[in-house]
Design a binder for this molecule. Structure first.
Ligand SMILES: [Zn+2]
Length: 201
């Protein structure tokens, strides 16, 4: 991974999960000594030695300005991303991006489409972005509940095996359902924890 060519060109080789999701790792940028205010360079992603994507990066004080072309429209977008540092236990400082969406500090940002974001934010499309992971899980769980003939809404508890459904099928659907319920409850708990935190402040 990385390290191809001179400092001005870098690469990410390997199979991208989706052609539009390219990881930008601040550790690789700092390792190459590129994260210096005033510096401009380009960053490319190579798959089988072919460039599949590239962006231009301009480094400012505690900010990087990324510019890249949107594949579908050809439009060039410029996005400012804050950077921050934390002390390193071996001395020196470690650099981080601040995710433009959730403000969490992350080492890797992804370019999923129009805007770059951390893995958590970037993995989501616009429609699902407003819903949390728990909402998506309960929507999926409801689809399974429908197949089982259960009342919608995970809070309504479990029903019985529908007549005529094989036990194997029922058990498979039910275990998928239960896993989704776990995700949903976990997310609800996290959100409540978050609310408590807000109220405490
Ligand atoms: Zn984020």
């Amino acid at each position: 991974m990385g390290g191809r060519g001179s400092g001005r060109r870098s690469s990410y080789s390997g199979k991208p999960e989706t052609s539009d999701s390219m990881p930008l790792d601040i550790r690789k940028i700092t390792r190459k000594g590129l994260l210096m205010p005033g510096n401009s360079f380009s960053w490319q992603w190579l798959v089988n030695d072919r460039q599949v994507a590239g962006i231009s990066i301009r480094v400012e004080l505690q900010t990087v300005v990324l510019s890249y072309r949107i594949k579908s429209t050809g439009e060039v977008v410029e996005q400012r991303v804050q950077t921050q540092t934390s002390p390193c236990h071996l001395g020196g400082r470690r650099h981080w991006f601040t995710c433009p969406r959730c403000s969490k500090r992350v080492a890797v940002l992804y370019a999923p489409g129009r805007y770059v974001a951390c893995r958590q934010c970037g993995g989501l499309g616009y429609a699902t972005q407003k819903e949390g992971a728990g909402d998506r899980a309960s929507t999926k769980a409801d689809k399974l509940r429908k197949r089982l003939g259960w009342e919608a809404g995970i809070l309504n508890g479990d029903g019985d095996k529908p007549k005529g459904m094989h036990w194997k099928t029922y058990q498979r659907i039910k275990s998928q359902h239960d896993a989704l319920v776990q995700v949903s409850f976990h997310d609800i708990g996290r959100k409540l924890g978050f609310l408590h935190k807000l109220l405490d402040e």
